[in-house]
Write a protein that binds this ligand. Sequence first.
Ligand code: SAH
Length: 356
Amino acid sequence: MIKEILEKQYLEKDDIKSLLLTEGDEMKLLLDKALAVKLSKLDNYIHLRGLIELSNICRKSCLYCGVRSGNKLVERYSLTDDEVIECAKLAYELGYGSVAIQSGERNDKAFTDRITLLIKRIKEIGDGALGITLSLGEQTAEVYREWFEAGAHRYLLRIEASNENLYYKIHPNDSTHDFKKRLDCIDTLLSIGYQTGTGVMIGLPFQTVDDLADDLIFFRKKDVAMVGMGPFIPHPDTPLYQYADEIPSVEDRMNLTLKMIAVLRLMMPEINMVAATATQTVDPLGREKAVLAGANVIMPNLTPNKYREDYLIYPDKACVGDKPEQCSSCLDLRMKSIKHEILYNAWGDSKAFVKK
Ligand code: SAH
């Protein structure tokens, strides 16, 4: 039965659900198939994006996120411009090829103008050598366009949950957390010409296998170039922590994440998919396992160490104490150990996008 589904060219919702429910040997068949598809389409290459966690100042209060504005226990910080440029230079020197700037969400003009200038300055490093991914939340079309014109070419905006009802169970139901707005933002990013990435958390309270299957179908329908999915990790200083005992076990959330990655690799063979840091947080070999399930991107952290404790969107984040140089050689060895090869000094664009 599973074998037959794995041979299909197009997966229907029932097929997707059956695959997400596999265990043991059947799950292994799924992961092996996804790895084979990835290797045949994308080779064994891993692309890096040096992650710069620009600031934890946020206007939103997402019920799962450790840096939500409602969490008064967090000390707020913002990197200086020079610190951002130092991080980007380090990415260049380490041969990462790309940076990803992520931040709590702000949409005031001082912030959006500053990002434009930072993008331009990063573009000067090595004469345009670095690819730039942004993960700066919901913005107006004008701002997205301004950043695109300044030189950013990839944007990550996870839908978090494609089921509107579930979306409102994990976000406050108010005008700053509007499901339609988030959908519109993804459409705007796609229309501007960004390589657009979206994604969801896996193992959320109230989330069903039906929801997860719909999430995958949503990614396919939007024809996005990149997807990031990782296990939900309850943060003690957030409202959703009250359900920590009711969600699937850490092991189940990890396995479900691997199956989500594998099924999506079958559905969208040429997209870029990240082995999220959250996978390594719940399992020391999490990123390796994600890569072997079909992921092909890793985001090593470049944020100056003194700020990292304050960007805990979830607790016990992996590698918070590591220096970037250590992280780079560690990753190289880890990828070699699973017969994958990091592609240095390249932007590592999504093949699915380049083809379009
Ligand atoms: N402000 C930006 C960046 C958010 S942080 C934005 O809104 O897009 C990046 C991702 O971390 C989020 O999209 C979310 O999916 C994930 N995340 C947040 N809290 C989490 C948690 N407790 N467990 C796992 N992932 C989480």
